[in-house]
Design a protein around this ligand. Structure first.
Ligand code: PXP
Length: 239
């Protein structure tokens, strides 16, 4: 299982004081040195954390893979086609939300999503759809001609009991298996942390996890390289 780090909240901290520090680009380079497989950023319509300058510099400087999370809007699709990230992950975006609140509804937004994928494919950008672990959404994602899905793990992460977490993990496992069987790449993310990754790492059909908040929260206290090494140990060895 590969591990990409989402560095949005380095930019959240910077923007809290309209400062230039901490710099998410420096953080990305440090994260690469510490062993991550890729860097994830979400360029939001309101630019509340990552901004256009960050994206441009990241594209120039990082040597792993750049996964650009974004809404399927005309403006941001245009930016993606200029920037050429290694992957675009389409997510739903609401102005008032604190963070992405769930998977994209591919069924209700079919033509918007299919058109966005077709446009990005013209620029040879592979696309992932952030969706719930449900067979009908995966089927719609396949019809949209996506290359990857990213399974929303927020429900798993927020399960109040061990039993409910076990059931939700099983739902994710089945969804990943179904997607894999149909030739999709399978990523996962949202709410994954140092505790719940101990079970999650066992899902063999997940190619890559994208983790942000837990890493940055730990990094503030112990440093980013250490926070990344701690997560790599859990993913690789389970502790
Ligand atoms: N994947 C997607 C699509 C997301 O929107 C986010 C949050 O930005 C993440 C993964 C990472 O979630 P977290 O910050 O909870 O690790």
């Amino acid at each position: 299982m590969k591990f990409s780090v989402n560095i949005d909240h380095i930019a959240t901290l910077r923007n809290a004081r309209a400062e230039i520090q901490p710099d998410p680009v420096t953080a990305a380079l440090l994260a690469e040195q510490a062993g991550v497989d890729g860097i994830v950023v979400h360029l939001r319509e309101d630019r509340r954390h990552i901004n256009d300058r960050d994206l441009k510099l990241l594209r120039e400087l990082i040597t792993t893979r750049l996964d650009l999370e974004m809404a399927a809007t005309e403006e941001i699709i245009g930016i993606a086609c200029e920037t050429l990230p290694d992957l675009v992950t389409l997510v739903p975006e609401k102005r008032q939300e604190l963070t992405t609140e769930g998977g994209i509804n591919v069924i209700d937004n079919f033509s918007i999503i299919a058109d966005a994928i077709a446009e990005l494919h013209k620029f040879r950008i592979p696309v992932s759809l952030f969706i719930e672990p449900s067979q009908e959404h995966i089927e719609a994602a396949i019809e949209c001609k996506t290359d990857f899905i990213e399974i929303h793990t927020g429900i798993y992460a927020n399960c109040p009991t061990e039993e409910s977490a076990f059931d939700e993990l099983e739902r994710v496992r089945q969804a990943a298996k179904f997607a894999k069987k149909h030739g999709l790449g399978v990523n996962a993310g949202h709410g994954l942390n140092y505790k719940n990754m101990k079970d999650f790492r066992e899902l063999t059909d997940i190619d890559e996890v994208s983790i942000g908040h837990a890493i940055i929260a730990r990094a503030v206290l112990v440093g980013l390289p250490q926070a990344i090494k701690d997560m790599l140990n859990i993913i690789k060895f389970g502790f």
